[in-house]
Design a binder for this molecule. Structure first.
Ligand code: BTN
Length: 316
């Protein structure tokens, strides 16, 4: 109901909407409308109340409310979204849900994580409300050997979302870092699990720095990390990010991988470069040549040997 009310208020943002119209559209009495409005006020939606014209939405809160997310998405949107105040890691939460059969497109977003993790066992600092910490569960119709495509797709959809909401120009560092210059804005982690029937599914985690100032990062990251606020001067709301991310993500999932791959390559900063990759099997140095159709990186070492690398970390 809050979601429906918010949809009506958002659709009429430039104008007042009368109480009578709201009651009619929501099929509720005056008292019920008042309690819904009180609820929105307590969530820090600022409204103007006019004695004859009705109600107008003035300001939206920085905090995340799923009711607003659903209000901004098309009514037929059917993915499940969990919003947690705190969790160890959204990856673990969704893994448990996935094992029990949670459907494709289930998303979990947390205000903070107490044990957020990055690739190769690194930790991901997840201070309350400063960043976007989310995971999405995917049950793709291609085999696990191509799940790296999901990392590539997530990088592209996230880059498109950020560029849509800000005027920033981002680049991608293989396989999953979104960079602005030499600083990292976001990281992506893809994990594969199996449910009770032995069927594989993927969980893709996204950590995006939103409202951080330099001093909010651990000292060893202060020269290497940045946030949307630091780069654009704007406090982007997690609600807006999530709404647009979901829409870009759904479009990307429908695109042929060739197209995603081309978009990705056009923004990759280390294709054609000499790179040093830390893989689970150890370090590997060589020239990053191309992306394979399963999403892995083709690397040629000095000796001319060609490697196909599914996952790793590139130092620059
Ligand atoms: C990396 O760059 O190493 C990947 C970082 C991924 C961090 C996100 S935050 C949401 C999700 N939950 C986690 O514990 N990790 C991912």
């Amino acid at each position: 109901m809050e979601s429906h009310l918010l949809r009506l208020l958002l659709q009429n943002r430039s104008d007042f909407i009368s109480r009578a119209q709201l009651q009619r559209e929501l099929s509720i009495h005056e008292q019920a409308l008042d309690s819904l409005l009180q609820m929105l006020i307590s969530w820090e939606y600022r409204m103007e109340f006019h004695p004859t014209l009705g109600i107008r939405l003035l300001e939206l809160p920085l905090s995340l409310h799923l009711d607003e997310v659903f209000a901004q998405l098309p009514p037929q949107f059917s993915w499940r979204i969990f919003h947690l105040k705190e969790t160890s890691s959204t990856m673990d939460f969704l893994k448990r849900e996935g094992i029990q059969g949670a459907p494709h497109g289930s998303i979990v977003i947390a205000n903070q994580q107490t044990a957020g993790r990055g690739r190769l066992g690194r930790s991901w600092t997840s201070s309350p409300e400063l960043g976007l910490y989310l995971s999405i569960l995917l049950r793709p119709d291609f085999g696990v050997e191509s799940y790296s495509r999901l990392t590539i797709l997530t990088a592209v959809a996230t880059l498109q979302t950020i560029e849509y909401l800000t005027s920033l120009h981002l680049q991608i560092k293989w396989p999953n870092d979104l960079m602005i210059g030499k600083r990292k804005l976001a990281g992506i982690l893809t994990e594969v699990h199996r449910d009770h029937f032995g069927k594989p599914f993927a969980i893709v985690g996204l950590g995006l720095n939103l409202l951080h100032q330099t001093s909010d990062f651990p000292s060893e990251l202060q020269s290497k990390a940045s946030s949307l606020l630091m780069e654009s001067g704007k406090s982007i709301r997690r609600t807006d990010l999530l709404v647009h991310w979901i829409q870009f993500y759904q479009k990307a999932l429908l695109m042929p991988f060739d197209e995603i791959s081309d978009l990705w390559k056009s923004r990759c900063l280390n294709l054609g470069e000499l790179i040093q990759v830390h893989t689970e099997q150890g370090p590997l140095a060589g020239t990053a040549l191309d992306l394979e159709s399963n999403g892995s990186l083709i690397l040629r070492t000095d000796s001319g040997k060609i490697h196909s690398i599914l996952s790793g970390i590139v130092e620059i």
